[in-house]
Design a protein around this ligand. Structure first.
Ligand code: TXA
Ligand code: MG
Length: 336
């Protein structure tokens, strides 16, 4: 029911982008690729349009959205009081996977911020996303384009599986590059605070700002409501085995095989032959995990796994963001 429009990811066709931009201007919903995951976009200044995002996703109204801009000047339409420190981060990381929480301007639809006095903003590093925002001539509010609680979409097919018939258009610009969501950084106080780890790491931020705080979980829960909800979950039950855990992977899989169809996602090949066992082996680095993990979770669901066992990686660098998502997706964590 929802049209999926193939678009050239490097040189998006102007006519297609114009059509999509018109839908946004008219208060409709368009899913589009970014460099991280697909977003579900609406005019950030239109209260009714933004309300439709929450309905389409089944998203709790107290979980605010990220606003996407196509150039630095557009930021001044949605946020104010931008510090020198924030400017330095923008200079270095925009366009890119760094979302800044700033003081919100009153013109932004209140539901975007879920009642908070702040607004989260980023400039995506993706030609289709940037062209769409320009064509819409407005900032675009866009959460990840999945049904609430499901793994974020990294392809147009994932978006269609979750949102068919609920939105006006899907722009298909191929698989996203990074595969996990942006870093969310609160820059409203002097020492910035990471509310959600992402592809831009703590060390990269600290190199520009000096000190950087990491939200202790209870405070993060207050300041970034989205981190409170169950997230990124396939239908199967997810068991995460932390990196460095002494628990033997093969034994864990075999134990579950007594009562479940097991999907294993990890970097260690296992010598298990069982009709109810399937494995997806990734490289043991953050880039490979980020790029494949959401697709792998959906794929294991489709292949009929009832339990998905995931081998974790190190928390170093962007590994922290990957492991944050996996810990949220897991029903059970076997510790290090
Ligand atoms: O990479 C990304 O960030 C993707 C692409 C589409 O840009 N978007 C994304 O949106 O991941 P979403 O809605 O799935 O996650 C937004 C996160 C949530 O954890 C939310 O609570 C937080 O950002 N957030 C949004 N506005 C906020 C605010 N004003 N203060 C604190 N946290 C905020
Ligand atoms: Mg999301």
């Amino acid at each position: 029911m929802t049209p999926v429009i193939q678009i050239n990811p490097a040189h998006p066709e102007a006519q297609l982008i114009e059509q999509a931009g018109a839908i946004i201007r008219d208060g409709g919903l368009v899913a589009f690729p970014t460099e991280t995951v697909y977003g579900l976009g609406a005019d950030a200044m239109n209260e009714q349009a933004v309300a439709r995002i929450f309905v389409a996703k089944g998203r709790p109204a107290d979980n605010p959205l990220i606003v996407h801009v196509s150039h630095r000047r557009m930021l001044d339409q949605v946020a104010e009081g931008i510090s020198e420190q924030a400017e330095a981060l923008i200079e270095r990381y925009w366009p890119g996977p760094l979302t800044l929480v700033l003081k919100r301007r009153p013109e932004v639809a209140a539901s975007v911020s879920a009642g908070l006095p702040t607004v989260a903003v980023r400039m995506p590093n993706n030609a289709v996303a940037l062209a769409l925002i320009r064509a819409a001539r407005t900032a675009i509010a866009a959460p990840s384009a999945n049904r609430s609680g499901r793994p974020s979409p990294t392809t147009a097919a994932h978006v269609l599986a979750d949102l068919d018939g609920r939105i006006e258009m899907i722009l298909d610009g191929g698989a996203t590059n990074i595969g996990i969501e942006s870093t969310v950084l609160d820059v409203t106080s002097r020492v910035p605070m990471i509310l959600r780890p992402g592809w831009v790491t703590e060390a990269q931020i600290a190199a520009i700002t000096g000190a950087v705080a990491r939200a202790a979980s209870s405070e993060a829960l207050q300041r970034s409501p989205g981190t409170r909800y169950r997230h990124y979950s396939p239908r199967a039950r997810v068991v995460l085995v932390e990196h460095g855990s002494p628990a033997p992977l093969e034994a864990i899989c075999k134990e579950h095989l007594k009562s479940a169809t097991v999907g294993f996602i990890g970097h260690t090949p296992l010598a298990i032959t069982n009709a109810n066992f399937q494995a997806m082996i990734l490289q043991a680095d953050a880039a490979a995990y980020a790029g494949n993990i959401y697709a792998a979770l959906r794929e294991m669901d489709e292949r009929g796994a009832t339990v998905i066992i995931i081998e974790g990686i190190s928390d170093a660098g962007a590994g922290a963001a990957v492991m944050d998502r996996l810990r949220r997706a897991a029903s059970e964590i076997i510790g290090a």
